[in-house]
Ligand binder design. Structure first.
Ligand SMILES: [Cu+2]
Length: 186
């Protein structure tokens, strides 16, 4: 099945989610808790990176599908969107991704996110509560076709995370990979 069809279908389904309840859950820029409140680590300066991991995004998959790091490592992820649609590389727990998917649905409903285009001006619009839909989470890169970005991240503790694309429909279509953080070797 063509993934070209999937996106509009999912958007139509999303209209059943009341916009008011989505706003109540917090705006996109403020909805993740504080940007420093990640349990599994924090963003770091590029100079601190000890290893580079290249990630290619396509419609709708990642290459590679699994990434393994060690607690204590600082990884420079170089992410490139080689697909025909907007894709995201977002590091988080399954619960974080579920919440982010609601926020992304709101971005679609407000015209900030189209299948192959990010309307960055619309994301900066004040939603009436002093918050915007701006996508500036340090654990995420949201990219149009052909774009690249880097995330430098220090992983502080062992555990299992996912890197995922929370553009509506993509996670469910399988655009999610395993990110395992092994205990620090002593
Ligand atoms: Cu995607």
């Amino acid at each position: 099945m063509s993934s070209r069809v999937l996106f509009p279908l999912v958007v139509a389904a999303g209209t059943f989610i009341g916009a008011a309840s989505v706003f109540a859950a917090g705006s996109h820029s403020g909805g993740h808790g504080s940007t420093t409140g990640f349990e599994f680590g924090q963003p770091a300066a590029a100079a601190k990176a000890t290893r580079t991991v290249n990630v290619v995004m396509k419609d709708n998959l990642y290459q590679p599908e699994t990434i393994s790091v060690q607690a204590g490592e600082t990884i420079r992820f170089v992410i490139t969107n080689k697909g025909e649609f907007v894709h995201e590389f977002n590091i988080g727990t399954p619960a974080m991704h579920a919440k982010h998917q609601e926020e992304m649905m709101m971005m679609v409903e407000h015209g900030a996110l189209e299948p192959d285009k990010i309307n960055r001006d619309k994301m900066k619009m004040d939603m009436g509560n002093g918050k915007t839909m701006e996508h500036n989470d340090p654990n995420s890169a949201l990219l149009e076709p052909g774009e690249s970005a880097e995330i430098v991240w220090t992983f502080t503790k062992a555990g299992n995370l996912e890197f995922a694309c929370n553009v509506p429909g993509h996670y469910d279509a399988g655009m999610v990979g395993k990110l395992s953080i092994k205990p620090k070797s002593s």
